[in-house]
Design a protein. Structure first.
Length: 281
């Protein structure tokens, strides 16, 4: 079994790979290239909150690689942010906020961020990070329900940080190292897509910084719902797309690995949905 773009959630029963390993048990692997594994190597391939960071035009090739390394009859399990649920909550709270429900206004503001921020942001953490820095945090219970176990840890980390300082325009050219996503940015976004080649340095310092940031892997390149993900799976030649919960899977002993649900029963990413499919044979 292989966990692609595992981040900090991995299990020793799996082969765990990521672009920047978070632990010696994780192997460095650039998922933008053909995977360094033979055909039919694995009974299960899993990735969580990876696909949305891959450009739409590259998603088919990425999923085809997932299918290639699966054994016949093997299972592909994919977790991605749930665009359908985001849209439903946005519309629900839009209506309530328009009817002067003050509590719904905070939920509406957060759902607008879930819908758009990680696609359009131009700096690490984006509007979500700015929103989470508020004290008190409007709609905190709702936000924690949306971002789950992982988000609760992130919110605690944000509150432990010193207040942000005003950013001055740099007088020297910006280097690639200065624009790499930092640890908090990576944790906020599950930025798992490999960085692209550096663009030529031209334009203003702000233009260069924004361009490099948007190529560094933090932003969402596309969003998926149950229809579009199932269609992508079947277009890759995989069969029987089926919705799962974080607790259920066709992968044997799934619950023992705690990749989506902690030992306490809390879901790591409740804003995501999960789908599995199988390889013919």
């Amino acid at each position: 079994m292989i966990n692609l773009g595992c981040g900090s959630r991995f299990h020793p029963a799996w082969v765990n790979v990521d672009i920047v390993p978070s632990n010696p048990a994780v192997t460095a692997c650039d998922l933008s290239k053909p995977f360094p594994f033979p055909d039919g190597s694995f009974d299960a391939v899993y990735h969580s909150n990876v696909l949305e960071h891959i450009r739409r035009e590259h998603a088919h090739a990425f999923m085809r690689e997932c299918a290639r390394i699966l054994k016949p009859g093997g299972i592909l399990r994919v977790a991605v942010p749930d665009l359908e649920r985001i849209c439903r909550l946005y519309l629900e709270n839009l209506q309530a906020a328009a009817n002067h429900d003050r509590q719904a206004e905070a939920r509406y503001d957060w759902m607008m961020l879930e819908l758009l921020d990680q696609t359009v942001r131009e700096h690490g953490g984006g509007g979500m990070l700015d929103y989470l820095r508020q004290v008190p945090l409007p709609g905190e219970d709702f936000i924690l329900e949306r971002i789950g176990n992982e988000g609760r840890g992130l919110l605690n980390a944000i509150r432990a940080l010193p207040a942000p300082q005003p950013v001055s325009q740099p007088s020297q050219p910006i280097t690639p190292e200065q624009t790499k996503p930092r640890t908090l940015r990576q944790r906020l976004s599950e930025a798992l897509c490999p960085p692209q080649a550096e663009p030529p340095v031209s334009g203003t310092a702000e233009e260069v910084a924004i361009g490099r940031f948007r190529l560094a892997g933090e932003v969402h390149q596309w969003m998926y719902d149950r229809f579009s993900l199932a269609r992508l799976m079947t277009a890759t030649g995989l069969l029987s797309p089926q919705l799962m919960t974080p607790q259920t899977s066709r992968i044997p002993a799934w619950a023992e690995y705690h990749l989506e649900v902690g030992p306490d029963g809390a879901v790591h990413k409740p804003d995501s949905f999960v789908m599995e499919c199988v390889k013919a044979g």
